[in-house]
Design a protein around this ligand. Structure first.
Ligand SMILES: *Cc1c(COP(=O)(O)O)cnc(C)c1O
Length: 448
């Protein structure tokens, strides 16, 4: 399979190149040249298959031409060492719980898959002598998923750059206590400084001659496509839980709390592969750029505003380009036709912090289910928009304990901290303190 750039001005890339480079030369996002439909027999049998087997089928549909199938199966099985279960919250509304991985958020799936695929390419390139250095800037959540996803993976060293004093203690301990092949770099600056240091490193000729550098950005195809796995699993589990329901409503409604739109984008790819989803809801917090696009057909990025659901505080979603590319059929349709295609499949929602908090309280009181602020946007949008006779699933994208202070205060409860999160909090913080000058970061890297 070849990958093309959404900007259309870069050469086609192999999977290996798309994974190692992340972004195309023309700054576009890579898209697979084809999305194959999965056979009917797969959907007929899906309810009796395990999550891992379902995921392997989906993975071979995307990556089967480029990765040895036995190796791909190992990568998938090793990635999915935890479940993504579906839980009934109330009649016809199900939560797809994506927080059972090591860092308690859905980004674990993509990060773990990417780490293992990158390791596969390093081993098969015959250049396994040199360590590949993954540089990642984080404002909190991405760093922990990437660091844990790559933890202990041979041949790869990860540098997580984060702004000093600007990530929460729970977030910080999830990437500073790991040791092994993970180095946390505490930058005396803000998130934008961290991102600038990483970008400058990728553009620095001397560094690139002396070290193999790569990024694990969320726009990487190896991080975003594997997220499709759990949407197929959700359908399978609903089919096995409630076969009678699916005979009445054979397709489900999927509601995804969205920030950079990588998660919902992978569900849209699943839909293209034949997954029976009748329609999508993109739930936003107060950052309503996509919501406005659905309403007006005009995409107007703006500065993000801070909200309770902070992993969705995005004012210019990076995967918007992929959605446009997909529904314009790579530019074949006009902007109006593209907008019509998108609005016929996806609706939106936007909620203030007050509405998010009120939703968390209402759901807890009525059902006993504890939502995190991100999942709360999804639950509310689904509840408001689900029609008679439909079955809906929303993504619970993070464990509520990740936002314990906020959730406890909103619910007047004491959310239990899962053991794996408590274990991070007992670990010893190790980080390298650096200024926000590129010269310092460069000499630090060269001294390694
Ligand atoms: C990253 C994240 C999101 C947003 O996902 P996108 O793929 O960026 O749309 C939502 N919830 C949580 C908890 C996240 O960490």
């Amino acid at each position: 399979m070849k990958y093309y750039s959404t900007n259309g001005k870069a050469p086609m890339a192999s999977l290996e190149k798309a994974v190692v480079k992340g972004l195309a030369e023309d700054r576009g996002l890579y898209m697979p040249e084809e999305i194959y439909k999965l056979p009917k027999a797969f959907f007929d049998n899906i309810a009796s298959m395990s999550f891992q087997d379902i995921a392997y089928n989906v993975a071979s549909n995307f990556f089967g031409d480029d990765v040895d199938l036995d190796a791909l199966q190992d990568i998938v099985f090793d990635t999915l060492q935890f479940d993504c279960p579906v839980v009934e919250v109330e009649k016809n509304i199900y939560s797809l719980e994506l927080f059972h991985g090591p860092t308690l958020a859905f980004k674990d799936v993509g990060a773990r898959f990417m780490a293992r695929l990158l390791q596969y390419f390093i081993n098969s390139s015959g250049k396994s002598g040199d360590t590949v250095n993954v540089l990642v800037a984080t404002s909190g959540d991405t760093g922990s998923a990437v660091a844990n996803g790559f933890l202990g993976v041979d041949g790869i060293h990860v540098y997580v750059l984060y702004p000093k004093g600007k990530v929460s203690p729970i977030q910080e301990c999830q990437f500073t206590t790991l040791g092994k092949n993970i180095t946390a770099v505490e930058v005396d600056g803000v998130f934008d400084d961290c991102q600038r240091l990483v970008k400058s490193a990728f553009m620095d000729d001397e560094l690139n001659v002396k070290m193999r550098l790569t990024s694990a950005n969320s726009i990487n195809v190896a991080r975003f496509l594997p997220q499709a796995f759990y949407y197929f699993n959700a359908y399978a589990r609903i089919k096995s839980l409630t076969p009678h329901l699916l005979t009445l409503a054979p397709e489900i409604v999927m509601c995804v709390p969205s920030g950079n739109f990588g998660n919902i984008c992978s569900a849209l790819f699943g839909h293209q592969m034949g997954l029976p989803i009748s329609r999508f809801i993109a739930a936003n917090n107060a950052n309503d750029v996509f919501f406005n696009y659905l309403k007006t057909g005009i995409y107007e990025p703006k500065a993000s505003v801070q909200t309770l659901a902070n992993a969705m505080d995005v004012g210019d979603p990076s995967n918007f380009a992929r959605i446009i590319n997909l529904y314009s059929q790579n530019g074949a349709l006009s902007p109006e036709e593209t907008h019509a295609a998108i609005t016929s499949l996806i609706s939106g929602a936007t909620y203030s912090d007050e509405q998010i908090a009120q939703t968390m309280r209402q759901c807890y009181k009525d059902t006993g289910y504890v939502l995190d602020p991100h999942g709360a946007c999804g639950y509310r949008a689904l509840k408001e928009q689900l029609r008679e006779g439909e079955i809906g699933v929303f993504c619970e994208t993070a464990h509520p304990a990740k936002f314990k202070e906020k959730v406890d205060a909103i619910l007047g409860a004491d959310v239990a901290i899962p053991d794996r999160l408590a274990a991070f909090m007992r670990g010893e913080k190790q980080s390298v303190a650096l200024s926000c000058e590129f010269a310092d970061f460069k000499s630090f890297l060269l001294s390694r």
